[in-house]
Design a protein around this ligand. Structure first.
Ligand SMILES: [Mg+2]
Ligand SMILES: [Zn+2]
Length: 185
């Protein structure tokens, strides 16, 4: 079984902007490529899981989201980082029936577990909202990191393992088992 580094998108991969969907407004956060390379070299799949309620709200379309996603993946590709998959929730409870994918629900993580054959307990999650952390914990991920690079956060109330400034600090804070059974399979 493989393990994954799960990244929230807005506030983790790119600077948080209100309902971002335009390529020209997308700004990568410093260090994101280096951190992803680090984990890729340690055998992690890189997976993005993102709530995109702007689609439910009619602020942008699935097509616009997909165009931005393809561009983003190609930018990672130029840095030799393979994004295994991008999962998104297009729903919002004001416009849709409750769904299982909008974080803090675990739907996107559980779908990735099956589709990519992942061991979630060996995987790592990084997000900028407590709802990201809750989704990770509820899905059985044991290392969940909250960053200060996105939405403002309540550090005292967080259930995250650690709170770090941004994704560029992740490699130094993660505990990696040097050789686990899952590496040998
Ligand atoms: Mg976010
Ligand atoms: Zn959803």
């Amino acid at each position: 079984m493989k393990k994954a580094l799960f990244l929230d998108r807005d506030g983790v991969v790119n600077k948080e902007k209100h309902y971002l969907y335009k390529i020209e407004e997308f700004e990568f956060i410093h260090g994101v490529f280096e951190t992803c390379s680090f984990f890729q070299n340690k055998g992690f799949q890189i997976v993005i899981i993102t709530n995109q309620a702007g689609i439910a709200k009619g602020l942008y379309t699935e097509k616009e989201f997909n165009t931005l996603t393809q561009w983003m993946i190609s930018e990672f590709d130029k840095q030799e980082v393979i994004i295994s998959k991008v999962y998104h929730c297009p729903h919002h409870p004001d416009f849709n029936a409750p769904c299982q994918c909008r974080k803090p629900e675990t739907g996107m993580l559980l779908k990735a577990e099956v589709e990519l054959n992942l061991n979630l307990s060996e995987s790592i999650l990084i997000g900028d909202k407590e709802t990201d952390i809750k989704a990770g914990i509820n899905a059985g991920i044991r290392q969940n990191f909250l960053v200060r690079s996105g939405h403002s956060i309540d550090e005292t109330a967080s259930q995250a393992n650690q709170i770090i400034n941004s994704i560029s600090d992740l490699p130094e804070h993660v505990k990696l088992s040097s050789c686990t059974d899952s590496d040998l399979i």
